[in-house]
Each structure stands twice: as structure tokens, then as C-alpha cells.
Design a protein around this ligand. Structure first.
Ligand SMILES: NC(=O)c1ccc[n+]([C@@H]2O[C@H](COP(=O)([O-])OP(=O)(O)OC[C@H]3O[C@@H](n4cnc5c(N)ncnc54)[C@H](O)[C@@H]3O)[C@@H](O)[C@H]2O)c1
Ligand SMILES: O=C(O)[C@H](O)COP(=O)(O)O
Length: 393
């Protein structure tokens, strides 16, 4: 069965192994006009005019704060991400970040890069200078993890294996994530409670209005003297002026993050990487494969897996003629949809409806072809955001 020639616009480079998961016949590229779907990594989409043809957006990564999700929901556009697909890559970089902070590796590397002279002179300077960079070990220290999702839980597990104590805070932890956590992880009552009892604090929460400046001056003042703060989530989660004060006063020993900053760049104990958390071959491939498969199944069959705005839904095809309807989560939508179909003499073979917050989504398989007039009638029901007709090819 060959798929319809769908059009996919890529806004960032997406791993070729992921693109290979799109069905044969799809037209894919960074200049595709009137796309059915978009694949994106960190490209900023908030100020972009998103074409009327778009039905779905696939974020080949975790954070969706670069996508105007609310506006997409209002247009019935499904936004997917790739939960957990880059978590191991980030975890490994966080461990590297903890060691960089604890062992003063960034200033030590700067010191080495400035050395001059012959081998004997280098040796003398190294042996005289190294005492400035004495650090401490991770084993026996306490790590506080804020956000215990895909990445936070892996960081907690790795830290325990390195001999650290771990405390965590996540008021919205899922049951699945709680099961993944090692039993040794202690629960903090609040961010304040966590920062008071940690030597390292690592942030793994999404960037939302509620998490903006989650680490501010008040919370830095509660930290133990010499805390290493790690941020491989998003820059806006940390107040940079507060971090600068914390570094200058010694409350923070180091701030290690994935986000360069003009305010902090001159500080010797500020360590910034160029947003490298998910930049491994493995993570790029995992994310692209996951999101390409999700996007294709949505475009071909209307099924939804791992959307941040619509519910998960999967209905095996039992008839040739399928309708996929995105609608507001309000009473009597199913009644009106069934009435419109019955009024046109269409028999419902199978139907599934799921909801998530203010949105709902309905898959209907019918026993005969759906006339254009019925599609228009369904689209005209108040609260219906989008109607797609997906006859099997
Ligand atoms: N540096 C990078 O390249 C990189 C890579 C991947 C992800 N990220 C960022 O890391 C974030 C987390 O990724 P993930 O895959 O672990 O996501 P996730 O959704 O699996 O986990 C996020 C966790 O944060 C928790 N949370 C939300 N608000 C909170 C709050 N106020 N306090 C404490 N916990 C809170 C949630 O309940 C959830 O368990 C992403 O949203 C993204 O912004 C960065
Ligand atoms: O949220 C994410 O997945 C990361 O920030 C990775 O972003 P990237 O795909 O642009 O590397």
C-alpha cells in the first residue's frame, strides 16, 4: 500500500534515519510549500506564519516552548514531541557538568591554554598553579534534582551509582516516572527544602510561566555555601542576575549550563556549553525516528501518540473509510457527530473518543464512502476544530 504524497517541511536538520521512517512518496525538505506536517528541533516558531495546510508538528526533542502550542490547539493542529528519546544524552552531559563544576575543569583548562615556555617551564607552571584548582569528589555529596521526568530520573539514578545521595522534588511526578526512580531517592517537600540540603542542584523541568526564574535570589540564598548549580533544561528557569550575585558571594561555587549568557560570560566559574544536551548521534536519531513515526501514523491513520496538546488514541482500522475529528471537550459532540453521519445514511463501524484538558479527539470508521457534504456538515458543528477524511489508499 503506497501512502499519499504528503508534504513535510523541516525547520531544522532532522536525522536522516528518522526521515527514512516516513512512508515512501513523502516530499520532505526545508523549502516545501503547503506542508501537511512540520518537523522541527529548536527553531523558534512563535513569530512564524504557520501555513493553513499544516495538520501536525513533530518536535524531534523534548521541550516544546519554541512552538506556539496554544494557537496550534485552537487550529486543531496536533503537536508531538519525543519524550525520553534524548534523556540519556542529557544525563551524560549533566554528569560531565557536575565533574566540571566540582573539579574546576573550565578555569583549569583556561589556565593551561595560557601557559607559555618550553617543556621544563610548562612543568614548573603546572606544578605551581594546580593548587588553585583543587576540587572535591562527587561520592558522598548530595545532589538535589528538580523535576523527576525522563531526564531527572536518569540523572538521579546515575548519581546514586556514583556514590552520591539524591533528593528530588517534582509535585507532578507521573506514576510511571515514580516507578522508574531508585528507592534511595529521598523526597524533598519543596524547592526550598531541596536547595537547603544539596551540594549540587540540577534542574530538569520544562520552561513554563510557572518555572520562569524558578531559581531566584531567595532560593540561592538558601543554598549551602559552595553549591554547584546545573541547568541543562532552559535558560529562563534561572535568574541570571541572581546567579551572578550567588557566584560573587560564594554561595554558588559554579553555574554549569547549556546556555551561554552575556551577563555571566566573564565570570570564571560560569561554565556554558552551546546547547549540546541532545546533540549526540544517538539522541538525534532516537528523537527523529520517534517523531517521524508518530507524525506518519497521524497523517495516514489519525492515530495519536505522544502529543503535548491532544490525547493519545489508537484505533486499528477495520473499515476503509475513516474520519478523524479534533474538537473542543464539551458535551454532546459525539451526539452531533453521530447524528450528522446517521442523517446521511452512514453506518458507524467503530468509534473512539478521547479527551485531554479542553480538547477532545474522535476517530470514526464507517461502512461506506463519506460524501463531501457530510464532511462540510461535520466541520460546521460548533466546537469542531478540524475534520480529516482518511480513506485507506
Ligand atoms: N539541554 C538540552 O539539550 C535539553 C535536552 C532535552 C530536554 N531539555 C529540557 O529539559 C526539560 C525536561 O526534559 P524531560 O525529558 O525530563 O521532560 P519530562 O516531561 O520527562 O520531565 C519534566 C518533569 O518536570 C516536572 N515538573 C514540571 N514543573 C515542575 C516544577 N515546578 N517543579 C518540579 N518539577 C516540575 C514534571 O512533573 C516532569 O516530571 C525539557 O522540557 C527541555 O526543556 C533540554
Ligand atoms: O528540548 C530538547 O529536546 C532540547 O533542548 C534539545 O534541543 P535540540 O533538538 O535543538 O538539540
Amino acid at each position: 500500500m503506497s501512502a499519499k504524497a504528503r508534504r513535510i517541511l523541516t525547520l531544522n536538520a532532522i536525522s536522516r534515519k528518522g526521515l527514512a521512517r516516513l512512508p515512501e512518496g513523502y516530499v520532505v525538505g526545508n523549502d516545501v510549500a503547503e506542508p501537511d506536517g512540520i518537523l522541527v528541533r529548536s527553531h523558534a516558531m512563535h513569530d512564524m506564519a504557520i501555513p493553513a495546510s499544516v495538520m501536525a508538528i513533530g518536535r524531534a526533542g523534548a521541550g516544546t516552548n519554541n512552538i506556539p502550542v496554544k494557537q496550534m490547539s485552537e487550529r486543531g493542529i496536533v503537536v508531538f514531541n519525543a519524550p525520553g528519546a534524548n534523556a540519556n544524552a542529557v544525563k551524560e552531559l549533566v554528569i560531565a557538568g557536575m565533574i566540571m563544576g566540582a573539579r574546576n575543569l573550565a578555569p583549569a583548562l583556561c589556565f593551561v591554554s595560557r601557559l607559555e615556555g618550553d617543556a621544563e617551564r610548562l612543568h614548573e607552571q603546572v606544578e605551581a598553579g594546580k593548587k588553585q584548582y583543587v576540587g572535591h569528589e562527587l561520592a558522598g555529596r548530595t545532589l538535589g534534582v528538580v523535576g523527576l521526568g525522563a531526564i531527572g530520573s536518569m540523572v538521579a539514578d546515575a548519581a546514586i551509582r556514583l556514590g552520591m545521595h539524591v533528593i528530588g522534588f517534582d509535585p507532578e511526578i507521573t506514576v510511571e516516572a515514580a516507578w522508574r526512580l531508585p528507592a534511595q531517592v529521598k523526597k524533598a517537600a519543596s524547592v526550598e527544602d531541596l536547595v537547603k540540603h544539596a551540594d549540587f542542584v540540577s534542574l530538569h523541568v520544562p520552561f513554563l510561566p510557572a518555572t520562569r526564574d524558578l531559581i531566584n535570589a531567595e532560593r540561592i540564598n538558601l543554598m549551602r555555601k559552595g553549591t554547584v548549580l546545573l541547568n541543562f533544561a532552559r535558560d529562563g528557569i534561572v535568574s541570571e542576575p541572581a546567579v551572578l550575585d550567588g557566584l560573587n558571594q560564594g554561595r554558588l561555587h559554579a553555574y554549569v549550563c547549556d546556555f551561554p549568557s552575556n551577563l555571566l560570560r566573564q565570570h570564571p566559574r560560569f561554565v556554558a556549553l552551546p546547547h549540546l544536551g541532545a546533540s549526540t548521534e544517538e539522541a538525534e536519531e532516537n528523537c527523529a525516528v520517534m517523531v517521524a513515526e508518530q507524525l506518519a501514523d497521524y497523517l495516514e491513520n489519525g492515530n495519536i501518540l505522544n502529543s503535548v496538546n491532544f490525547p493519545n488514541i489508537n484505533m486499528p482500522r477495520e473499515s476503509t473509510w475513516r474520519l478523524a475529528i479534533a474538537n473542543a471537550n464539551v458535551p454532546n459532540m459525539l451526539g452531533q457527530i453521530s447524528t450528522a453521519l446517521a442523517g446521511a445514511g452512514l453506518n458507524i463501524h467503530n468509534m473512539l473518543n478521547k479527551s485531554k484538558g479542553d480538547l477532545a479527539y474522535t476517530l470514526v470508521d464507517v461502512d461506506s464512502a463519506v460524501p463531501e457534504a457530510v464532511l462540510l456538515a461535520l466541520a460546521g458543528i460548533e466546537g469542531v476544530l478540524r475534520v480529516r477524511y482518511l480513506p485507506a489508499e
